[in-house]
Design a protein around this ligand. Structure first.
Ligand SMILES: Nc1ncnc2c1ncn2[C@@H]1O[C@H](COP(=O)(O)OP(=O)(O)OP(=O)(O)O)[C@@H](O)[C@H]1O
Ligand SMILES: [Mg+2]
Length: 324
């Protein structure tokens, strides 16, 4: 396996709002130091993009993403590696993720999901800057920069006893909070253009559509906007993206605002005549939205997550939760 270095994948960070200017300033500062960085922000606000940008500021060594929500099931050997003969089937020496990050950045994504026993092991590695692969007596150097990210309130996790305080202090040297998209709506047009260039074929956004975008709160943040543009591109064949192809959630929100904007129920019906959909619990609504997205993408979970505006790991968690 080889990991990204910056020559291949310098990330694009779009947005000129004052909030993003501040984020850029902090990326630059954090990038020039080797201090640990903790990235906080709602889902889809760009934590992974920012992590890569920080790593690329001084640009050396590998960038190794580690999804901490998988560490419970992931064998310890993934993280620490193992020696040949450590157990039946260990026929070669295997390099762990932490060793692979040597000289670069280990990105602990969804860090709040890290199980407590793993937190203890991680803390040791960060303190000693060395690891011992499973079944090996020799220690190996593991000196890397840490960037951790979570959409939870990590301080509250510490207070609740679900996250080790000592590990929290070690990870949280520079804190960078990513603002939700609803707090920097001035970035929406530029982001929409950016995703249209990436996913579209020369289409334009109509002023009507842009209005709709600006009136919406984007709970799934930038990822939701990207998914929305992808959807509009997929459903549209003309030179302009149409508001009538908007996802139900977005159209529904506009409708609730009373913009007289009814693409989903059909624009000929007035609001009074429109059948009132049965009220669903939030859980049922979420379950249905997931099923519909999976149906739409023929079971492709990655694309379904994009359409829903949530992260893949969040989708996997929900699928498990709902027994889907
Ligand atoms: N400022 C930005 N400019 C361009 N693209 C962005 C920006 N912020 C986010 N994106 C894009 O939005 C999507 C979501 O970003 P990212 O994966 O970094 O979010 P996240 O904060 O890690 O979300 P989660 O908590 O759900 O994992 C990605 O496709 C990313 O490229
Ligand atoms: Mg992420």
């Amino acid at each position: 396996v080889s990991y990204d270095t910056c020559s291949i994948a310098a990330p694009v960070l779009t947005g000129r709002s004052p909030r993003m200017a501040e984020v850029r300033r902090l990326i630059d500062k954090a990038g020039k130091s080797r201090s640990p960085v903790l990235l906080l922000g709602e889902t889809g606000t760009g934590k992974e993009v920012v992590a890569r940008a920080i790593h690329c500021t001084e640009g050396s060594g590998p960038f190794v993403p580690i999804d901490c929500s998988l560490l419970g099931t992931l064998l310890e050997t993934e993280l620490f590696g193992h020696a040949r003969g450590a157990f039946t089937g260990a026929v070669i020496n295997k390099t762990g993720l932490l060793e692979a990050a040597e000289g670069g950045t280990a990105f602990f994504d969804e860090v709040a999901e890290c199980p407590l026993d793993m937190q203890a092991k991680l803390l040791r590695v960060l303190q000693d800057k060395e690891i011992r692969p499973v079944g090996s007596l020799a220690r190996r150097r593991a000196d890397f920069r840490t960037i951790a990210a979570t959409n939870r309130d990590l301080a509250a996790e510490v207070e609740g006893g679900r996250f080790r305080r000592d590990l929290y202090y070690r990870l949280n040297v520079i804190t960078l909070r990513l603002p939700p998209l609803r707090d920097r709506k001035e970035d929406v047009p530029e982001l929409a253009q950016h995703f249209l260039r990436r996913h579209g074929a020369g289409q334009r956004v109509t002023p009507e559509l842009l209005d709709a975008f600006l009136g919406y709160d984007w709970p799934g943040n930038v990822r939701e906007l990207e998914g929305c543009i992808q959807r509009l591109v997929a459903l549209n064949s003309g030179p302009e993206l149409q508001a009538r192809d908007l996802p139900t959630a977005l159209a529904g929100a506009l409708q609730a605002r009373g913009d007289g904007f009814l693409p989903v129920l059909g624009s000929h019906q007035s609001r009074e005549q429109a059948p009132r959909p049965a009220l669903l619990s939030l859980r049922d609504a979420e379950r249905q939205a997931i099923l519909r997205a999976l149906d739409h993408t023929a079971g492709d979970r990655g694309r379904a997550a994009d359409l829903l505006g949530i992260g893949r790991t969040t989708l996997y968690r929900r699928l498990k939760e709902y027994g889907l």
